[in-house]
Design a protein around this ligand. Structure first.
Ligand code: CU
Ligand code: ZN
Length: 369
C-alpha cells in the first residue's frame, strides 16, 4: 500500500514527508494505522547524525498509538480494531530475559531491530523499490506501520490515543524507574533530577508509590511548576550546591531514592552523591552522549549507596503499559497536561524546533482520523 511518512534521507537534514510503499505484514507482524505520535529527543538525536549507530534512509518516530488494521499469519494476541501503543522495547514472553522478573530487556528481535529491520532481517518500507529502514522497530512518523506483534501493547479502547502515545516512551520510562526499577517505598524521600517527560514521569511514579517528600531539580521555573502539579512536594533550581542542599535538608544523610533524567553526566554524579548513606539508590534513566562517562567516588558506594540503570522504566511493555494506562484512566495520572503542541505530519520538523527551543514538554503529531 501507499503511505505518507516522514523520511530521514540524510543526517543533519530536515525530514521529508513523502509517499512510500508499505508491504503487508508477514508472519508474526501487524499492520497498524497510526492515530498519534509524540516527537521525542531520540528521534532528533538520530536525525542529527550524532548517534553513530544511526542509519538512513529511515522513517523516524517511536512514540506511536493507533489501531490494528490487519494481522499477519500466526498472530494470536491482537485482532483488527484493537487499540495499541508501540513498543521500541518488545516483550516476547519466551526469551531468558522475558522469563525473568529481573529485567525487561527482551532479546528476541534486538539484533535486527538495532539495524533497522523487522525480525526476519528485511524492511516492509520502500521507495521506488529501494528499502527504507524501520527506526527502533517502530517508524511511527507515518500513516501506517508494520510491526512485530511482540512490540505492540493493547490498551483500552476508551483511552484517547493522542495521550496514550506518551506511554510509548518517556512517560513510562519515568513512571517505571520509580515504580519498577527503584521500587520506591511509601514514606520515603525522593529527588528527581530533570523535569522533562522522563523526570516528570518519575515524580508521578514516586507519588503513586506513596513517597513522602519528592524534590524535583531543574533549571526551568516553568517545568518546576509542572513538577509541582504532578506531585513534587518541593522544587529546586539546579546548580553546584544542589548536593549540599539535599544532604542538608535530609538531616545530613541524603535521599532514599534519587533519579537522573537529564542525560547530563554532571547531574548524574550529583544524583549519586545525593543518595543516602547506607541505602540510598540512584536510578539513572537519562541517556548520556556517546563516549561520556559517569564519575563516581568509590567511597560513595562503599558507604552503602547503589546505582541502577533503567531502560523503558524496567517495564515489560505488553504487560505493563496497559496497567499504567488503567491508572491514567482511573484519574491517577494527568497525561493530557504533557501535550504542549499538536502538529500534523507535515509539521514534523517544527516538532524538532520546539524541542530544541525547550518549548513545552511534548509535541504530538495527529494523523487524520
Ligand atoms: Cu523516546
Ligand atoms: Zn523476550
Amino acid at each position: 500500500m501507499k503511505i505518507r511518512a516522514a523520511v530521514l534521507e540524510e543526517f543533519g537534514r530536515p525530514l521529508e514527508v513523502q509517499e512510500l510503499d508499505l508491504a503487508e505484514p508477514k508472519a508474526g507482524e501487524v499492520l497498524v494505522r497510526l492515530v498519534a505520535c509524540g516527537v521525542c529527543h531520540t528521534d532528533l538525536y538520530s536525525a542529527s547524525g550524532a548517534d553513530p549507530s544511526g542509519y538512513a534512509p529511515t522513517v523516524l518516530g517511536h512514540e506511536g498509538a493507533g489501531v490494528v488494521e490487519w494481522i499477519g499469519e500466526g498472530v494470536t494476541s491482537l485482532e483488527p480494531g484493537d487499540h495499541v501503543v508501540t513498543l521500541f522495547s518488545p516483550q516476547c514472553r519466551e526469551c531468558v530475559h522475558c522469563r525473568s522478573d529481573r529485567t525487561n530487556l527482551c532479546l528476541a528481535i534486538r539484533e535486527q531491530q538495532n539495524k533497522g529491520y523487522l525480525p526476519d532481517g528485511t524492511a516492509r518500507l520502500s521507495i521506488g523499490g529501494e528499502p527504507v529502514r524501520h527506526f527502533m522497530g517502530t517508524s511511527t512518523f507515518a500513516e501506517y506501520t508494520v510491526m512485530p506483534e511482540i512490540a505492540l501493547a493493547r490498551v483500552r479502547k476508551d483511552a484517547p490515543l493522542e495521550a496514550a502515545c506518551l506511554f510509548a516512551c518517556g512517560l513510562t520510562t519515568g513512571l517505571g524507574a520509580a515504580m519498577f526499577t527503584a521500587k520506591v517505598e511509601a514514606g520515603s524521600t525522593c529527588v528527581v533530577f530533570g523535569a522533562g517527560m522522563v523526570g516528570l514521569g518519575a515524580v508521578i511514579g514516586c507519588r503513586l508509590a506513596g513517597a513522602e517528600r519528592i524534590v524535583c531539580v531543574d533549571l526551568s521555573p516553568d517545568r518546576l511548576s509542572l513538577a509541582k502539579h504532578h506531585g513534587a512536594t518541593e522544587t529546586m533550581v539546579g546548580g553546584p550546591d544542589t548536593v549540599a542542599a539535599i544532604v542538608e535538608s535530609t538531616g545530613g544523610f541524603g535521599a532514599d531514592y534519587t533519579f537522573e533524567a537529564t542525560g547530563n553526566v554532571q547531574w548524574m554524579r550529583q544524583a549519586v552523591e545525593s543518595a543516602r548513606m547506607g541505602w540510598g539508590l540512584c536510578t539513572v534513566a537519562g541517556v548520556a552522549g556517546r563516549g561520556e562517562t559517569l564519575d563516581v567516588v568509590p567511597r560513595y558506594l562503599i558507604t552503602g549507596r547503589r546505582i541502577a540503570g533503567s531502560s523503558f522504566g524496567g517495564v515489560k511493555g505488553r504487560d505493563g503499559v496497559p496497567v499504567l494506562v488503567e491508572r491514567w484512566l482511573a484519574g491517577e495520572i494527568d497525561v493530557e497536561s504533557f501535550i504542549s503542541h499538536r502538529l500534523t505530519l507535515d509539521e514534523v520538523n517544527r516538532g524538532f524546533e520546539l524541542m530544541e527551543a525547550q518549548d513545552g514538554i511534548r509535541s504530538v503529531i495527529r494523523f487524520a482520523d
